[in-house]
Structures are given as structure tokens and as C-alpha cells.
Design a protein around this ligand. Sequence first.
Ligand SMILES: Cc1cc2nc3c(=O)[nH]c(=O)nc-3n(C[C@H](O)[C@H](O)[C@H](O)COP(=O)(O)OP(=O)(O)OC[C@H]3O[C@@H](n4cnc5c(N)ncnc54)[C@H](O)[C@@H]3O)c2cc1C
Ligand code: SF4
Ligand code: SF4
Length: 1016
Amino acid sequence: MTTKNVPELSEVQKTELSELFGECVNLDKRERRYYNHDIGALPPLVKKVIGNTDPAAVVKIRTEEDVVKLLEFANLHEIPVVPRAGASSGYGGVIPTKGGIVADVTLLNKVISIDPEGQKVVVQSGIIWEKLERKLKESGLSVRTIPSSAPSSTVGGWLAQSGAGYGSYEFGWGYESMEKARVVLPTGEIREFSGHELKKLIGTMGTTGIITEITLKVQKLEERKAVSASFSDASALKKAVETIRKKNIPLWSISFLNPEWADMKNKAPRKLHYGEIMDKDRPVLPIAYVCTFMYPASRDVSGLKEAIESADGTILSEEIAKHETEEWFKSMKVKRLGPSFIPAEILVPFEKMDSAFEEIKKKIKLPVLTEGMVISDGNVVLLCFMRHSERSLLFNTAFALSLSILKIAEENGGRAYSSGLFFASKKKSVFGDRLAAIETFRKEFDPNGIMNPETLEGKGILNTAVSFGSSFEPMGRLAGNMSGIGKVSFKDEKNIPAKVAELAYSCSQCGYCVSECDQYYGRGWESQSPRGKWFFIKEYLAGREKLDQRQTNTFLACTTCQMCDSRCELDMPIEHAWMTMRGKLVEEEKKMTFPPFEIMAASLLKERNIWANYRKDRDKWIPDEIRAKMKDEAEYAYFAGCTASFVENDVAVGAVRMLDDAGIEFTGLFDKEACCGIPMLVAGKWDVFEKIMRMNVSNMKKKGVKTVITSCPACWLMWHTVYPQWAEKLGIEYGLETKHYSEVLVERLDVLKPKFKQPLDKVVAWHDSCHLGRAGGKVYEPPRELLKSIPGIQFRELEHNRERAHCCGSVVSLIAEPPVAYRLGNIRLQEAVDVNADIIAALCPCCIFQFRVAAEKNNLDIQAQDLGALVARSLGYNIPDSTSYTLESWVPFEKMISLMQPENMTDLMVELLPQMMAAMPAPLSAMMKMVKYVPGMEALMKPMMPIMMPRLMPLVMPKVMPDMLKAVERRVPMPDYMREQLPDLMPKAMENLMPNMLPEIIPLLTPRMIEYIKTH
Ligand SMILES: Cc1cc2nc3c(=O)[nH]c(=O)nc-3n(C[C@H](O)[C@H](O)[C@H](O)COP(=O)(O)OP(=O)(O)OC[C@H]3O[C@@H](n4cnc5c(N)ncnc54)[C@H](O)[C@@H]3O)c2cc1C
Ligand code: SF4
Ligand code: SF4
């Protein structure tokens, strides 16, 4: 089988593929690069041998029919196809070494059926283990075995890659719990594999077809218990496990760490949240072999402790056992101490485990961190990592040590864990007697060799290098052992701060952060995920990418939901890194922020709000009788924020009504209140943020306030966490406490409850807002208690709640790409529809805004209501619903956002060409007019425009501004207050935008300008 190299598709093929898959195809050269690798950091020498691995296209697979269409297309044109799921493997199986099409199967992620009696489940192959486990839990079931990459790896990926995991001590290899698989063969034919036939798929890494469905055997869900113990050496650990086996103690899983790993785990960087350590209670592990034995709570494991102690093991505290099981999916946690890892994954017979460890210690001079999992067939998987730095030249030589570890495994009767691109020469030992049948099958069904070429064959030079390396292993080992751990210190480089660069190299590319990042699932492409952004930074530092406006936008588009931080197995402060990049790129490097932020900034500086409204009208929402009661000075102050003050008054009115009914005396900043500043923080406009923050803090202090009460979670985050940090940085004395009203009111429910007058006979689902929950103070229960206290309410949780709550998709998405925001809103609202909710309740004005707009755009029959407004209405207050006003308010913003797109700005400028030409200095406009008469002038003008326009615009813009304002008004229907203010806001916004926007506008404007001159 010789497969063609396909680095690019022909134009005809591109058109055909786009017709077949529409928006699920990506042909963009830069995006494709994100799909050229797996988790492995390869030494430059190996990279060179492998060559360019960018695919020619990426296709997102939605259905089995998609797979059939894709493979028929690929077969017809002889284009290689590389299946890709979680991309959490490291054997090269997802690397398109011959280009072609990457088939991303992660949208094939549904549970098809669950059979609780028969303890079986049928799933689509791209379902992530973690999601499957959650779905099974609802039916009282659980998977039998699970890889330690469960938050990102898929069921199909584990069958295709093959492996063992937790539960393998009882249930064996992952595939042993798989009964049947449906596969689309390279010919496009669909076939089911079960029983003996299934062996043709196991570990074949996508070379036999694309798996679409799998039937799994599952077990009854049961609480699991764990005992952790330490052993001074591998022989003692071995003895304990042998006794456990002999006595048939019914354990589910046995996994362990070696002393080097335990030591590093103790030294792993702390989990931080806005600089505060979150894992203060992390237990310290003994520097020993630390083994964790897991079993279902109902089982009699009475001999376990004796077996451990008879082998001189020490039972560790329950705290350690709990911690080790909680961290069971964080097997790469210590990678930040690398920041790179040289991996070596081996399988050895259990009885040889201690001698393998001894030899590793004897022969390998670098610390070898090892994690082990015992399998029911009498083998143990040893996952070995050596810390190093891929930026060090010595990384090349140190890499040879992974071959030395492999050799030690072989000498002890073991083998490589998997074959794949790098260990193709070892495939006989990996596949054993299955190899012949697999190869015959592939020849028959894949005559053109399109399915994942080279994955099982390897690359000629690479195979030779591995064979050579194995034969001359002692020499490689000598060089490897002299390589040290290659520690490289990071410094600020090419606009990437040192800390951010170090995190980029630390990222294991495990993908835990990908599927749950709203920026990713709203757009669907790897570049938008946190994993993708880390990959970008490494590529950029290596000189293979550019840090341009497009990439700036990618950093800016993060919604700051911090889902990634909560999922990262390395506990990296990811969102904080993007925030740092915002400051670096927009504040320092003067890259463009999202254009609507410029209008907001101008409005903020002028009128202290983001809604282009008047400062004097800010506190008009305050009901008269509440205003009369509000003190000039008080211990508490209510801070409403912009959206509740100007658009969703029900939020602010509801909040003060509740506080008042609960007997709390409070003051406020009235018309001196300014935006909390968060839009400017995320926009990267930190100078504006600082001004606003200084103003708010100083005004609050003048009122003698001790505690600021907010309704908006973003305001909460600013007052509670960000202001104090900035205050410290700027040397301002702060001393203010911050609470959300729900935290205050939950203490006074006894006062409020008797006052409820009207029941709310509705099904209400609760949405946790990121900035009060995961990305803020983890305030989850007080709002729930408050909502549930409303009489008559039927409370519902959404599928993703509390720490796992999905972001509403508001603010940054709405400003950056409204269609993405509508998609994200739809995804979240759908969860409420799924629990038959009449109302989705939230406490964030921006979430409610987003839900109202998204419900309208997606034609969903669900109301979005504010918690405070619901409570206050039940307390008997007439609080008008602001939904229609919200929708009205969005119209000008939506139109303005659309107008600020380069294509639309170009249209606007074309309309203004007569005025622009007239406003130009006379000699220049005369020169331009020569285009009409002098041959060759047109060709001269094209390269001149990018030089001329940036100089010209500051002269021309003020003169055309009156006409520009009129042209904007024609396109954007505006309320009076906005129209009146536009003459002040627009010039400032344009001044900031033009330098960065012009490069995008000039190529569109130039031909139209030439055309205009020629015809006038
Ligand atoms: C932190 C961490 C922990 C890990 N722990 C374990 C562990 O405990 N046990 C273990 O065995 N491995 C482990 N791994 C390795 C990896 O997670 C597994 O190999 C996993 O099964 C890969 O699944 P995936 O969905 O990510 O597949 P991918 O990496 O996307 O693909 C793996 C291979 O399968 C092919 N493939 C994927 N989906 C399909 C499909 N639908 N049809 C046909 N071919 C397909 C791909 O072409 C590729 O060759 C770990 C990795 C990490 C990062
Ligand atoms: S903070 Fe949220 S949107 Fe931003 S990268 Fe992390 S998960 Fe994605
Ligand atoms: S950022 Fe964290 S979770 Fe995401 S790929 Fe990197 S290590 Fe994994």
C-alpha cells in the first residue's frame, strides 16, 4: 500500500468537501496546524524525520452517514483520513503524517441506549468517558474500566488505541468490557464487529476504519472505597499484591506511584485562584511506593490490611486515600516541574516488576517518575516520565532513554505498551498473533491505504532509527544519562511574558479543558480551546506562527468563565494567562480590542456607563419610597452596576426591595455610581479600568461603607477580588468587604419568609453565573436557598450545575461574535428546556440579558427572570418584566457591532468617498485623480494606500465625522440618548480603532476607491 502525500486539496476537492460538510469543514491553513500533533513533545530531530504533518482539511463528523460520505470521498480521491477523538494519545495515531483529512469524531458523543437490567450501554464512539460515567450514574450504573484520561479521552479512542486503566485489576483491558463495535470501513461499507472479530480493531489506531458505535458491558453503581499504603521498595509492593491475589481479595483497582513521583507530587505547584492558594490542605505523601487499592463499598476486603502489613507496608491516612482517589485523573499533575516530559510506557509481567524497577534505577541516571496499574492478566503497565525541557538541545539525546526503558521491559519479558508511529518496529510483540489477521483485513478493505497511513507501519527512517537505537542502546543511554534534566529558565520573549511561556510548555495537551470551554464549543475549532492557545504560544515562540490581530482576538474572546482552570489536571491558572495576554497585547502593544469596547470605553469615560446612556439618569430606577429610606452614609451599600441601572431595572429594584424587606439599612452611590469596570478589564483597556476603579472606591469610602452588596456577579468579582488586588498594586487603602445580596439575605430568611404573599406556581431552573460561582467565590447555595424559599416554586437543577455550570456565553461573545453568543445561549437554555422549565432564573443581569436575546433568536419558549425580581414579586411588589426593553436595547448594539466589521466599515467609507476626497489635502487628491488619466498610476496606488491611509485618516476623519455620524444613524436605529451622545463617543472610538482596523479595511477599500475615482 503506497499512500499519496496530500498536503493540500485541489480546488475542486475543496469545493466538493465543503458542499458535503458545510460549516463542519475547515480548510484554513492556520487552523489546520492545530491538528498536526498529539500529546507528545517530540525532539527536533524526530520532528524533522516526520516532516510536515499539517492536514489538508479538518472535518467534524456529526453522524455515521457523515463518515460514510467522507470515506467514499476520500477513497475516490485517494486522500488519507486520520480519525481523531480526544487526541489524548501519544503514539502518533492522530498525527497526519501524509496530510489528508482529519476526521474529528468528538461530535459523535451520544448515549444511544442504556439497559440497566442487562448492564449494557450502547454509545457513539466519540463520547468522553467522564460524560458517559455521568449519564450512567443517572441509571444507577457505572463503567467497569476507565482510563485515567477520562475527562478527555473517548470510548472509541480507547478501543482504537487499546489500553488498561482503573478497574483493570478486576475487569482486564479496556476492550474486555466492549462487546460490539460498529465501524465504517475505508470502502464506506458499515460493518459490526463482535466476539472474536473485535480483535481486528483493538489497538489498530484508526487504520481499519472509523468506529461509530460501541456496546459496553457496565456494572451497578456503587460507592467506592480506597485504602492507600506505602512500601519502601517495589518488592514489598509486589509481595502485598501477590498476597491479595492469592487470597482473592475482591478489589476493583490497584494503582501506584514510585517514590520519585510521590516526591514530585509533594512539590507540584499549588492551585491558585486570583493568587490565593486553593489546596492548602493537600496531604503530604511519603517518599515511597504509594499504592491505592480501590473496591466497591459492599465488598468484604477484610484481608487487605493484613496483606499490606505482612509485606511491611504502612497503611496511610484516610485523607491520603481520599486525596489520591480524588486526583485519579490527574496523572500528569507533576508535569509543571518539567516543564516537558520524556515518556516511556511499558508493560511487564507483574512478577518481574521489581526487577524492572531495579534496573531502571541502576541504568537511568535521570529521575524516572513512574505510575503503575495492575491488570488482571498478570501484567502491570508502567507509565514512566523523565523531566526535561523540550527547549534544551539535550532533549534530543535524553530522549534516547525512553528506548533504554523499553529495552529493560523487553529483557524482563515485557514490551512496549502500544505500537504506533514510533514503535511500529515493535508491532509483532504488541499485536502478537492478531497481527496477520489485521494486516490481511487492511489489505482487503483499504486497497488505497487511505486509513491513517504510516500509523502502524511507521516511517522508514524512524523505524531504522528506533531499531538502531535499540541495537546500540548502551551508547544512547550513555549520551542520555549525560543530558541532565535540561532545566531551561523562561524569560519574557516576543511579547509573551515568562510565566505564560512556561505554562505553555507545561501544558500536557491532555485536552481536559477542551470540550467544556464555551469559546471552543461555541465555535468548534481547536484554536479556540485553551489547549489550542497553549499550542499556539509554543508555535509562535518557535517562529512558526504570528501574533497578529486574529490571535489577539482569540485571547480576547475568552469569556473568563474559568471552566478551564477547574478542569486542568495541572492546576494551571489558564484564564489568568489570557487576561495577562489581553493587557500585554491591547494595553501595551496597542493591538485592537473588539471595536464595540471602544464605544463602551468612550461612554464610560464620559458618562461612567457602558450603555451610552446619561450619568444623571443612572439612579432613576430607585423606587421613591426606597430612595426616601436610603441613608446618606451606612455600613452597607447596594451597588447596582450598569445593566441593572439602565436596561434591566427589575434586577436592581428586586434587590433593594428584598434588602429593605429583610430590614437591612443601606446607602448607594446614586448617580455617582460608575460601571464596575469589568468590560474594560476584559477588553484589555486597563488604563480606563484603573480610572473607574479609583473613582468607585473613593466614592464608596466617602459614604462610610464597610460592606458593598452587589446583585451582579461581575460587580461582585470586581469589588470582592479584583479591586483589592489593584488597590494593593496602586497603593490605595481598600478595607471594603463585599457580599452578594443572596449571601446577606440567606441569613435573614426567617424575616423574609413570613412576608411572602404570592406563590410562583412555575417550574424554575437555576443557572449558576460563572463570576459568582466557579470564577468567583463559589457562592452556590445561598441563591438556591433564596429561590427555593418562594412558595409554590418547583425547583430544577440544570445538567451542568455549580462548579460544572456552563457559561451563558454572554458579554465577550455577544460583543465579539453575536451568532456565537446565540449558539451558546441556545445550548444553555436547552438544558432548561430539557427539565421542562417555564423559567430559567439567574442573578446576573448579563446572563439574563443573554438568555432573553438567545431565547428570541432561537425561538425558544422559555422566560429568563432575575432571582431578585422573582422573590420581590412574591413579596408582593409590582416589578415590571424588562424582557421587551432588553430586546429593544440590544437592537442598536447588534447593529453597531455588525457595522464595526471591516466589510461593513468599508461600505460606510465608500459611501463617504466624496467627502473623504474633498477633505484630503489638495495635492494629494489631485495625485489620486491621476489614476483616471495616467496609465500605471493604479498599480502605484495599491502599494501606496497602506502607507498613505494611516497618515491621512487623522486629517480626514474630523472633517468627515458629521457625515459619518449621519451615515451611522441611517444604519443603526438608536434611542435619543444614544444619538445625542454619538458625536462625542464616535470620534474617540474611531481614533483608537482606525490604526488597527485600517490594515483590514484598506485591501477592501482600495479597489472600490480606484473605481470611484475612475468614474467620477
Ligand atoms: C492524562 C492522561 C492519562 C492517560 N491515562 C491512560 C490510561 O489510564 N490508560 C490508557 O490506556 N491510556 C491512557 N492515556 C492515553 C490516552 O488517553 C488513551 O490512549 C485514550 O484511549 C485515547 O483516546 P482518545 O479519545 O483521546 O483518542 P485519540 O488520541 O484521539 O486517538 C487514539 C487513536 O485512536 C484512533 N481513533 C480515535 N477515535 C477513533 C474512532 N472513532 N474510530 C477509529 N479510530 C479512532 C486515532 O486515529 C488514534 O490513532 C492517558 C493520556 C493522558 C493525557
Ligand atoms: S475561561 Fe472559559 S472561555 Fe476562557 S478559555 Fe477558559 S474555559 Fe474557555
Ligand atoms: S491546559 Fe491543562 S487541561 Fe488543558 S490541555 Fe493543558 S494541561 Fe490539559
